[in-house]
Design a protein around this ligand. Structure first.
Ligand code: PHE
Length: 340
């Protein structure tokens, strides 16, 4: 019995057959187990001989099965290692990789450029109150300037001014001045809303606001900061800029910044050419705004600027129409070098 089983175990070609042998010999109804059960009907003398014999048979078979099992497993592993080896010299299979949306991409570019100049990032809510979006920013009450922003008004609660979808990121100037102590140097990227729809206007778009407040910040700082920004963003060192007088209620003096450019296809090349392009609004923060935020305009002054992120993306990456920015068309993204 012993040599028959030992032979079978030795010859077992796989774990499956080995287990079948184990069951046949040592399983509940296995040959050895049955024999052990017969011990009960034997005479004490017989039992004295057969008992230890069967036990040692059982042990031997178990040991042999365990050893064979280990050997078979080892062999299986060896074989797997041999057959599943990875050939790292094969060329990689290209996988489509997603990229940032152009708006997110430009926002990130802006954050990096301004971070290099020491600006932190600030945020405010999309649903603003009248105070932060208009009043603290020196928009006179009932002034038509509130209408020029094509404001989306929310339903007003009894006796209160309606909340608005913020029409610009400038309310974050107010929130920053009211919650932090100068010196301040922040940018505020975010969504803004105006009721408008054409090739270059969508009811939701993106701005990045900038704010610097300190004791002796002046217009020269504003100019240096923004020229450096344009150079970094459009990747040129020959920015020619002009600051054209303008009006915003919350800055005095106010200006729009134009840069010299020429078209290269739908994208623009800044620094050469004979055309001027407006890229942002800016100015020295109005003393009324500084005061409304609880700071003393005789002690603190500074500058602010605001720019359209989507517009900057269109200029840099050459999209002629703003509307597809907010439609889920993978072909459009791919066309401009972004992947879905
Ligand atoms: N908030 C202005 C706008 O949306 C831009 C601006 C910001 C101008 C800061 C001056 C200073 O048009």
């Amino acid at each position: 019995l012993q040599s028959r089983y030992l032979q079978q175990i030795e010859a077992a070609p796989s774990l499956k057959e080995l287990d079948e042998i184990r069951v046949a010999a040592l399983g509940k109804k296995g040959e050895v187990s049955l024999k052990m059960r017969e011990l009960g009907q034997m005479t004490p003398d017989e039992r004295q001989v057969m008992g230890p014999a069967l036990n040692s048979l059982k042990d031997r078979l178990s040991t042999a099965i365990e050893a064979k099992k280990a050997a078979l497993e080892e062999a299986a592993l060896e074989q797997a290692l041999a057959s599943e080896r990875v050939d790292i010299s094969l060329p990689v299979r290209r996988e489509a990789k997603g990229s940032l949306h152009p708006v997110a991409q430009v926002m990130e570019e802006l954050a990096v450029i301004f971070a290099d100049m020491g600006f932190a990032v600030a945020e405010g809510p999309d649903v603003e109150d009248d105070f932060h979006n208009f009043t603290a920013l020196n928009f006179p009450p009932d002034h038509p300037a509130r209408d020029t922003h094509d404001t989306f008004f929310m339903q007003a609660k009894e006796g209160t001014l309606p909340k608005v979808l913020r029409t610009h990121t400038s309310p974050v100037q107010v929130r920053t001045m009211m919650s932090q102590k100068p010196p301040l140097r922040v940018i505020a990227p975010g969504r803004v809303y105006r009721c408008d729809w054409d090739q270059t206007h969508t009811p939701m778009f993106h701005q990045v606001e900038g704010l610097v407040i300190d004791k002796s910040t002046h217009m020269g700082h504003l100019k240096g900061c923004l020229v450096e920004f344009v150079a970094a963003f459009f990747e040129t060192d020959q920015v020619e800029a002009r600051f054209r007088p303008h009006h915003f209620p919350f800055t005095e003096p106010s200006a729009e910044m134009d840069v010299r450019y020429e078209r290269v296809g739908d994208a623009v090349k800044v620094g050469s050419g004979d055309k001027w392009m407006e890229i942002l609004g800016c100015g020295m923060v109005h003393p009324n705004v500084i005061r409304a935020c609880g700071l003393d305009p005789d002690e603190y002054q500074g500058f602010a600027f605001g720019m359209g992120v989507d517009r900057l993306a269109m200029l840099k990456y050459g999209m002629p129409d703003l509307r597809p920015f907010f439609e889920p068309d993978a072909r459009w993204l791919a066309h401009y070098g972004f992947s879905p």
